[in-house]
Each structure stands twice: as C-alpha cells, then as structure tokens.
Design a binder for this molecule. Sequence first.
Ligand code: IMP
Ligand code: MG
Length: 179
Amino acid sequence: MPHRPYVIDQMISAKAISARVEALSHEITAHFKGTNKLIVVGLLRGSFVFIADLVRELDLPVEVDFLEASSYGDAMSSSREVRILKDLRGEIAGRDVLVVEDIVDTGFTLSHVVRLLKSREPKRLEVCVLLDKPSRREVDIKATWTGFQIPDEFVVGYGIDFAQRNRNLPYIGKVRFTD
Ligand code: IMP
Ligand code: MG
C-alpha cells in the first residue's frame, strides 16, 4: 500500500521513551553486572535508535553487533517465514548476549533469531524489546525486558518504519489512514 494518505497520532512521547530506556538500562546493568563479555545485538533496521540510546545508558563494557532478519509479505503484517539477510560479524559462543528488538508482534522474527543465536551456545542470552503487542502473539516468546505493551495498532517512529518512512520521529505514534 504505497500511497494511502495517513496521519500519525502520538502514542508514546520522547520523554516517556527516554525515562523508560533509563529504567531498562538500570535493570540490564544490574543483571549483567561483572560481565566483561557482553555483546548487544541489534536487529536491523527498526532497533537502531533504541539500541543507540540503550547502550549509552548501560554502565557495563559492551560490544555492539547487528543482525538483519526479514520476513516476507506486505508492509503492515509479518509473514511466518524469516530470513537472515545480514549475520553477526562476531562470534557469540561463551559470551553474554543481549538481543535488542523494536517490536514483538506475532513473535516469529524474535523466536527465529533467538533459536539461531542460542544454537551458537552463548553463555547467557537475554532479550530486550521496546514494544510488545501481546494480543497479536502466535509464537510463545517472551522478552526478558519490555519497554511498553501496546494495543494492536500499527506504529512508527523512534527507528520504526512504515514502508521505510517515519523512522526519524523522536516519539512513537500510530498510523491512522485518512482516506
Ligand atoms: P513478528 O515476527 O510478527 O513478531 O514481527 C516483528 C517485526 O515486524 C518487527 O521487528 C517490526 O519490524 C515489524 N512490525 C511489527 N509491528 C509493527 C508496527 O506496528 N510498525 C512497524 N513495524 C512493525
Ligand atoms: Mg523488525
């Protein structure tokens, strides 16, 4: 649906996001305290803003790596097929891993990625997601840390896109079609 007109209604302000990111980072820092082996793995592209803010609040030595997974299908719904488009640059065997994702929706993407990374035998693997739409879940997967639970709305901003647009909004808003 390339050109349907829409507006964006703010759902979570930049201030609320920043307060939540700070709280999450304290919990994550406490959880991994003492590690010198933490790799923060961002799932491209939607997590790039979240991961940038999160790692700057972590009081831990961290490395950052990225993985790109893609599901087929139209722009507003996930398909069940997940492909790895770009793999990690580094090894994670024996390391502490924090997977950072923008949204968990049906759960197919995250469960695929977690299964793949666990097969590489990290020492510990935890997951931090910014947004969770629990009403849409089809695969039983739960993040260790969740920023916000949201209703079944299509959202954009703070790294999250609609057909590659609106990633640069500082807040999270829901897409409302006006036609
Ligand atoms: P899942 O495999 O259905 O859990 O899909 C998760 C992925 O779908 C996320 O990483 C997002 O890229 C995308 N996604 C899910 N909901 C939204 C949304 O409301 N806006 C933009 N992308 C979304
Ligand atoms: Mg994504």
